[in-house]
Design a protein around this ligand. Structure first.
Ligand SMILES: NC(=O)C1=CN([C@@H]2O[C@H](COP(=O)(O)OP(=O)(O)OC[C@H]3O[C@@H](n4cnc5c(N)ncnc54)[C@H](OP(=O)(O)O)[C@@H]3O)[C@@H](O)[C@H]2O)[C@@H](O)CC1
Ligand SMILES: Nc1ncnc2c1ncn2[C@@H]1O[C@H](COP(=O)(O)OP(=O)(O)O)[C@@H](O)[C@H]1O
Ligand SMILES: [K+]
Length: 478
């Protein structure tokens, strides 16, 4: 499944039509496939009213209604401005042939199917449509919006100036770009993608799911030694933020690294018992035993480090040939030029990303522009719906879950990515797997009557649920 802009969706539709597909045939598929979803969402047979505009979005609503009538639902149509497209008229005739009648009584509906406006919507709502949308919202009935809640800009997720507040949005073929933004959530309700058989698109973000994750897990090698199993050097934490180091290391250890090393300011830093300390002064003066430095397979720098050692860190990352993950305080404003040809993952949140990459467009466009400009860097742009990409490979992990919004949760994530990098996963795969596991842990916990209330719970659950491979294998909700 993919996330597309409205112009990309039009492009993909036109491509299908140029191969002989027709809008009417697609609409029939929409009707049948969305009826399957509707029956899951509204198990009890009930009274359904389709509120329709004039275009093919109305055609979709009517195609759904036709299928619901066949399944025994009590269906009627409200289409105040008539049908303007041929496909919409055909769907309406089909409904009529089943005896579906017109009504203007919206109050008696148990569920409203909204087919007022889809991707054909432009500009701001006209007065009469705005009035109808507000009337429908005020009924306080569950609403199923076909493709897009009427009034919502599908690229920005913003109401123009108001929109239908749906309980469910059946997004046809692809997820709309605007649904990744917070402002769309109160209008879309639960978004369900209705697969109508589009081939993979040329553009767009791929939605990363458990089936993608399952194919990426490497087989265990029971003959591997501890360094091959993953050996990570972490430079994180400070007197001000001592916990960051611990969270990174525990995250990495519970992902299964065989060895971990930590650069520490003083030997009294509290480390997990498995982690080997390296004095910061020795590291900086290049006085660590070669036997030790040969064991590093990846390096994580940044969480809770504060602004110390900037010059040394920049020099180190410019020179090293080890895979790197840079987070938080290692994301200096001019870091990108130093690492653009490295094997590297960066994990900024929105604020850190603005610091290292100046670009005025919205989050998704900034993400895409960065990948185009720096095709070797793997970018993990954190937040609800974390974006992960490298070059032309662009993914979204479609999870918004406020249980992840706890201090230190990003530190755990960087340790998890570092762990996978050190075990030989490439930068993109390591990032995708770790971001995915990190994001699904709170939901898995809830399913088992547990709850993530602090970031160390993520670490405990990573272990208690049997490690990242088991968590991915047992995930069935995404
Ligand atoms: N294409 C395909 O093959 C497939 C398409 N599919 C479905 O078709 C949908 C797209 O259908 P579409 O292109 O007919 O446009 P649609 O969303 O119904 O809107 C057009 C109507 O909106 C009106 N309108 C516009 N702006 C307005 C405003 N500001 N305020 C008020 N009204 C406004 C405009 O009025 P007009 O400007 O013509 O007066 C016109 O009447 C798509 O979302 C999906 O559901 C699927 O079946 C898959 C196959
Ligand atoms: N509402 C949310 N939905 C999903 N993920 C979230 C949400 N809020 C935060 N996260 C995730 O939690 C982590 C927070 O990281 P970060 O902002 O670096 O926090 P910290 O610096 O305290 O560790 C990121 O992985 C981010 O994607
Ligand atoms: K709609």
């Amino acid at each position: 499944m993919f996330v597309l802009s409205s112009s990309d969706i039009r492009f993909e539709e036109e491509k299908l039509f140029s191969m002989g597909q027709t809008p009417l045939a697609l609409m029939s598929i929409v009707g049948a496939m969305s009826a399957l979803k509707f029956i899951e969402d509204f198990k009890n047979v009930c009274k359904v009213v389709a509120v329709c505009g004039k275009g093919n979005n109305a055609g979709d609503a009517l195609a759904l209604l036709y299928n619901l009538k066949l399944k025994g639902y009590d269906c009627s149509i409200y289409q105040p401005w008539g049908a303007a497209t041929e496909e919409c008229r055909v769907q309406r005739e089909l409904c009529r042939s089943l005896g579906i009648e017109e009504t203007s009584d919206l109050k008696s509906a148990d569920v409203i199917v909204e087919g007022l406006l889809g991707v054909g919507f432009y500009g701001n709502l006209r007065e009469e449509t705005l009035k109808l949308i507000r009337e429908i919202n005020n009924l306080n009935k569950p609403i199923v919006s076909m493709d897009i809640p009427a009034g919502l800009n599908s690229d920005t997720g913003e109401p123009q100036p108001d929109a239908i507040r749906a309980a469910y949005t059946y997004s046809i073929g692809f997820l709309k770009r605007g649904y990744l933004f917070r402002q769309s959530y109160e209008y879309t309700g639960k978004v369900i993608v209705i697969d109508i058989g589009f081939p993979p698109p040329e553009n767009g973000l791929k939605i990363f799911t458990s089936s993608d994750a399952k194919t990426l897990i490497k087989k265990k090698d029971d003959f591997s030694h501890k360094v091959e199993k993953g050996s990570l050097l972490v430079w994180a934490g400070s007197k001000q933020y001592p916990g960051a180091l611990r969270l990174c290391l525990e995250g990495a250890l519970n992902m299964g690294v065989g060895m971990s090393f930590s650069i520490v300011e003083d030997e009294f830093s509290i480390l997990p018992p498995e982690t080997i300390p390296i004095a910061e002064r020795d590291f900086i003066s290049n006085e660590i035993d070669e036997k030790i430095s040969k064991k590093f397979r990846a390096v994580l720098i940044g969480p809770g480090l504060t602004n110390k050692r900037e010059t040394f860190i920049k020099e180190f990352v410019s020179k090293t040939s080890l895979p790197l993950i840079l987070d938080a305080d290692a994301l200096f404003p001019d870091i990108v030029d130093l690492i653009k040809d490295k094997e590297v993952v960066i994990t900024p949140h929105e604020g850190e990303f603005r610091r290292i990459y100046k670009n005025d467009s919205d989050r998704v466009e900034r993400f895409e522009a960065f990948l185009e400009q720096f095709p070797n860097i793997t970018l993990v742009l954190k937040g609800p719906n974390t974006l992960v990409g490298k070059g032309s490979q662009k993914y979204v992990v479609p999870i918004a879950d406020c249980d992840l919004a706890v201090a230190g949760s990003g530190d755990v994530l960087s340790g998890m990515i570092g762990a996978l990098l050190s075990t030989g996963y490439d930068t993109l795969t390591a990032s995708l797997l770790a971001v995915f596991v990190h994001a699904i842990i709170p939901e898995i916990a809830r399913q088992k009557n547990m709850r993530v209330t602090r970031s160390s719970d993520l670490i405990k659950l990573l272990k208690a649920l049997g490690g990242f491979e088991n968590i991915i294998e047992s995930c069935d909700f995404i």
